[in-house]
Design a protein around this ligand. Structure first.
Ligand code: PMP
Length: 281
């Protein structure tokens, strides 16, 4: 198993990082996750662009095209060429004595690996999500490796035998711990606007585009916790989650395990078709 680390492909047990890495000390870095299907990398351009945009946002000077050029060699050496797999990429602000301010002239730490991974059938499972207060910072648009708020919320979901924690800030639903959330009411689809309170998920964007293509009315508007009961359907989206219907959110039951709502089902079908058609891009 090979890891791409700072320009080299090395075996995983040789891939080590300094304890003075700012990713380790401060959580000062950005990450990205994408999947490769049998027919190619799913929306790879969107993932590389988001990684570059996020690095630019936090002032890490790194050109992701260098990493992009190393993906094929990584897949070859990991024996994953044209095989379903998950690719994790991370760039931190590099190794420097522990001071908060950015170090000068320090190269970033750049790491990427690929693991065998097959996406489950899209509607194989409906989700149970708990509600938690959104205790994260106010720049959730940044795909930061500092995920304490997310992991603590998700851990609570696991403790309660749920699948996801859906976060609530100031009475409004923002997103899941590692997913975006959508609602359906009277045939219209709602999701939180892509501002600084959520991560603008690539799957979220794909779903909004599918709504447009399928003539499903859509609006980017935050839904209040007090509106959960009034909604007809709810679903989660994410790179590995795809589109997962929510059977139960907090105390509210949307459907029994198999009775996925019609709009969610339609979008799941369209998403599955997209995966079959999607050329490598
Ligand atoms: N929100 C958060 C907080 C996430 O961590 C993720 C997964 N990266 C998402 C939403 C979904 O984003 P994407 O569809 O790009 O995987």
């Amino acid at each position: 198993e090979k890891i791409f680390l700072n320009g080299e492909l090395i075996s995983s047990h040789e891939a080590t990082i300094s304890v003075f890495d700012r990713g380790f000390l401060f959580g000062d870095g950005i990450y990205e996750v994408m999947v490769q299907l049998e027919n190619g990398l799913f929306y790879k351009d969107a993932h590389w662009e988001r990684l570059q945009r996020n690095l630019d946002k936090i002032g890490i000077a790194y050109d992701v095209t260098e990493m992009e050029a190393q993906l094929d060699p990584l897949l070859v050496s990991s024996n994953l060429t044209n095989k379903p797999c998950l690719i994790y990429m991370q760039v931190t602000r590099g190794v420097a004595p522990r001071k908060h301010a950015f170090p000068k002239d320090v190269p970033p730490t750049v790491m990427m690996y690929a693991l065998p991974y097959t996406l489950p059938h899209i509607n194989s499972k409906s989700s149970h999500a708990i509600l938690r207060s959104d205790n994260r910072w106010l720049r959730c648009d940044i795909k930061s490796i500092s995920l304490l708020g997310n992991v603590m919320a998700n851990e609570r979901a696991m403790e309660e035998n749920a699948d996801e924690a859906v976060l609530v800030r100031d009475g409004f639903i923002t997103e899941g711990s590692h997913t975006n959330i959508f609602f359906v009411k009277s045939g219209k689809v709602y999701t939180h606007p892509a501002n600084q309170l959520i991560l603008d998920g690539i799957t979220r964007k794909i779903v909004l585009k599918l709504c447009e293509d399928l003539d499903i009315p859509m609006m980017e508007k935050a839904i209040g916790v007090d509106e959960i009961d009034d909604m007809d359907e709810a679903f989660l989206t994410g790179t590995t989650t795809q589109i997962a219907s929510i059977a139960k959110l907090g105390d509210h039951i949307y459907h029994t395990p198999d009775a996925i709502g019609p709009i969610t089902k339609k979008l799941q079908q369209a998403f599955a078709d997209l995966k079959n058609l999607e050329p490598s891009k």
